[in-house]
Design a protein around this ligand. Structure first.
Ligand SMILES: [Zn+2]
Length: 313
């Protein structure tokens, strides 16, 4: 996006998106609606007898296998991460998202169709509401075997992801993304990926029924099977960054920090966000005004907080 505002944003008008659910294979529809300042991102299951609202917050994450699922009471919505990534890439802070079933449509397996639809509808800036950020106070790390997810205090939101797959089409890949600096199109079109044998096993279990070459990069033991090939040479790690941006959108407020991810996925992202926000000593939420006061009191004159906030979105 061209302008990196210090003000909160929402969509200018309703954005309707239709596709299929990855797991059900059935039609899935969502409508992104404008919302008031400080509302955040709120999902609503509109197909239930009594609509259930589920805030896009780490506290409502119920499942992190294959995709990120949020839920409340008996209602759930799965595969929220690509849509949340698109909202972040398009700088949407507040929106009401009506979903017609338990899944966000998978579209082409990336964030690009959502970005395109939001860009078409347009974005509205709320000049009465400043954005907020969480300033990180310490380094926080989550480790599981050889998987690492960590965040260090910084004046930007930056992700450095690395994956290692013992597969000829993937191997070792790394990619760095800085919000406000890296062009969003560097990650928006990176598709989710999987292996033919897993897809077949999932289908036998009644899962991934909507999965096809139209919404994932699919590989056999040696190569990519999609006729059109890859969209980026390192599409796999770029999709991991896309997932991380989406999962980090489940933070109660945008955190400023340098994130390092090694062989991480939804579960590690979710655990890191929990680790950050479960302890109030780890962070401080500030608006731009408070950030400027803090800058003066600390004498950190070289820090331009206005620029910092702009970089964070
Ligand atoms: Zn994904």
């Amino acid at each position: 996006m061209e302008d990196n505002s210090i003000y909160q944003k929402t969509v200018r008008k309703d954005v309707t998106i239709e596709g299929v659910g990855l797991h059900s294979g059935k039609p899935a529809k969502l409508v992104i609606k404008p919302a008031l300042p400080n509302a955040g991102i709120i999902f609503v299951r509109t197909d239930l007898e009594k609509p259930v609202t589920i805030p896009a917050s780490y506290e409502f994450v119920t499942q992190t296998k294959l995709a990120t699922t949020i839920g409340r009471d008996q209602a759930k919505i799965s595969t929220v991460e690509h849509l949340l990534c698109a909202l972040k890439l398009m700088q949407i802070d507040n929106a009401m998202i009506e979903v017609s079933g338990p899944e966000v449509p998978i579209m082409d397996g990336s964030a690009a169709p959502f970005c395109k639809a939001i860009a078409l509808a347009g974005v509205r800036e709320e000049v009465s509401a400043l954005r907020k950020v969480a300033i990180l106070r310490k380094r926080i790390e989550v480790r599981k075997g050889d998987k690492i997810a960590l965040i260090e205090p910084s004046t930007r939101f930056h992700i450095n992801a690395r994956i290692e797959w013992n597969h000829p089409a993937i191997g070792t890949q790394s990619f760095e993304y800085t919000v406000g600096e890296t062009d969003y199109q560097e990650v928006a079109s990176a598709r989710t990926f999987g292996f033919m044998k897993d897809v077949e096993a999932l289908k036998k279990m009644g899962l991934a029924l909507g999965g096809s070459f139209d919404n994932a990069v699919v590989m056999d033991e040696e190569k990519v099977l999609n006729l059109e090939g890859l969209r980026y040479a390192d599409e796999f790690v770029r999709h991991k960054v896309l997932d991380a941006i989406g999962d980090f959108a489940l933070s109660p407020v945008q955190v400023m920090g340098d994130v390092t991810l090694v062989k991480a996925g939804h579960e590690m992202h979710s655990e890191l966000i929990h680790a950050i926000f479960s302890n109030p000593d780890n962070f401080e939420v500030v608006t731009i005004e408070e950030a400027i006061i803090e800058e003066e009191s600390l004498g950190v004159l070289e820090t331009n907080w206005a620029a910092v906030l702009q970089r964070t979105y």
